[in-house]
Design a protein around this ligand. Structure first.
Ligand SMILES: [Zn+2]
Length: 459
């Protein structure tokens, strides 16, 4: 809330100071000038105090681009209930706040041209421990902004789900008793750029055969981190080449947790993981659209097009350009075999499923390999929710821009044996938690290992 606004204040002050003290044409008696000045000063002070009180009551998002150093999380406030989103990946404008009832009316922050407003993530402070916080989420992009259960956390690291919210028309009301002075609430478990940096750095430190590198710099100059996993074994030319990307759509935080589950499994002591990392080179990019993740924007359908409609001859986004160029190089050297793009689907989708390229892009032995990969996935992806029995096709009937979708670009530009798919993991189920997503990621790892038990390059 901003009653007078800083610009207004400067204008009023400037005008009257000029009128009273410096303008030679402004001729009124000196005593009147002094009393006018005092009156204006009093009104201005009242306005500033009122504004400060209202601002303390209703805090929303601050600047549109947030720093990505992970230090931005709000500090616990006084005993007054406050709700803010001015930190990395934060989103949410407080429309109203009821101190006594502990009720917050929240709307996902709109970022012009930055995609669907469906992501929200706020920090609530000044909670009397034991109070029930009522969070009413309004608007956003259809029901995409309103999962049945919200995610909440007392420390910003460990996330749980609330019980199902009460849904009505354009809103949903979540209630959660908080046994602490502060809590975080979000659309789903957040996975920020700082999380990616930290987790990837930890993995690199732990295992000599894990290498963190910068994929590219984003449009806004951020470093886009990626990981390569390859344990010494076979020479590079004989290794299977795998590229996995996640989060082309910034709001789909679950897809980054699936990627992290995959990394966690690949680095594990499970014999299939140890065998796979000795015979393959796997590159994983846990967040593609880092700028919108930091901003807290949705990304989907952003301008001029979102990352997953940017796979053309001249991509707009540096991340797409970097992955394309690496895949072209790997393929030209004969070491590209598998591409996976990780997403979260529509709200109604309750089982993980794959999108596959349309028939017209498939050649042998790629068609056979795709069937074999899907068979391996049906065997391995059973927990916490089994894989849907059939894949879906992302062809002309799915989207007029089907030929600008990642896996279709890979299918079209790589050797015929290369398999390219998109995995959609549901976000609106009781299993859409960090554990649930990571479990899908581990199963995906076992799927890849099973698939490479046969050589996909054989004709
Ligand atoms: Zn998506």
């Amino acid at each position: 809330m901003n009653i007078c606004g800083y610009h207004g204040q400067f204008l009023i002050r400037g005008l009257f100071a000029k009128m009273i003290f410096s303008d030679p044409d402004f001729r009124i008696p000196r005593r009147h000038k002094a009393s006018w000045f005092l009156e204006i000063l009093t009104v201005w002070i009242v306005l500033v105090i009122t504004e400060a009180l209202l601002a303390a009551e209703t805090q929303g998002s601050a600047s549109p681009v947030q720093p990505c150093n992970g230090q931005g999380l709000g500090k616990p406030g006084s005993c007054r209930l406050q709700c803010r989103s001015d930190f990395e990946n934060g989103s949410g404008v407080v429309e109203q706040l009821d101190q006594k009832q502990g009720r917050i009316w929240l709307r996902p922050t709109e970022h012009k041209d930055r995609g669907w407003p469906c992501w929200w993530f706020v920090h609530v402070t000044g909670i009397p421990p034991g109070q029930i916080i009522t969070l009413e989420v309004i608007g956003g992009h259809g029901e995409y902004a309103r999962p049945e259960r919200a995610a909440f956390s007392l420390d910003g690291k460990t996330w749980q789900q609330t019980s199902p919210g009460q849904r009505s028309q354009d809103r949903i009301v979540y209630q959660q008793k908080i046994e602490a002075g502060e809590a975080y609430f979000a659309w789903g478990p957040p996975f920020r750029l700082s999380d990616a940096e930290r987790l990837l750095a930890e993995a690199t430190k732990k295992f000599p055969w894990v290498q963190k590198f910068e994929l590219c710099r984003s449009k806004e100059g951020r470093s886009v981190p990626a990981l390569r996993i390859a344990e010494p074994g076979l020479p590079e030319s004989e290794r299977f080449g795998v590229w996995v990307i996640a989060r082309q759509h910034a709001w789909e935080s679950g897809s980054s947790w699936v990627a992290w589950g995959l990394i966690d499994w690949l680095a594990s002591e499970e014999p299939a993981a140890a065998e796979l990392r000795k015979k393959a080179s796997l590159t994983i990019v846990p967040i593609m659209d880092v700028d919108n993740v930091c901003r807290g924007a949705g990304g989907k359908e952003q301008k001029p097009q979102d990352h997953n409609r940017d796979w053309s001859a001249e991509p707009y986004w540096p991340e797409v350009q970097a992955v394309q160029s690496a895949i072209r190089q790997w393929d030209s050297q004969g070491r590209m075999d598998l591409f996976l793009d990780l997403h979260n689907p529509g709200r109604g989708d309750r089982q993980p499923f794959f999108f596959v390229p349309p028939e017209q892009l498939l050649r042998e032995p790629g068609r056979r390999n795709l069937a074999r990969f899907l068979e391996a996935a049906r065997t391995e992806i059973t927990q916490p929710i089994p894989l849907a029995p059939s894949p879906r096709t992302a062809g002309p009937k799915y989207d007029a821009r089907w030929d600008r979708i990642s896996k279709n670009w890979v299918s079209r530009h790589c050797r015929p044996h290369v398999v390219a798919l998109c995995l959609e993991t549901p976000w609106d189920t009781p299993h859409s938690t960090i554990d649930g997503y990571m479990s899908v990621g581990r199963s995906l790892g076992r799927t890849i290992a099973r698939y490479f038990q046969q050589n996909p390059r054989s004709p």
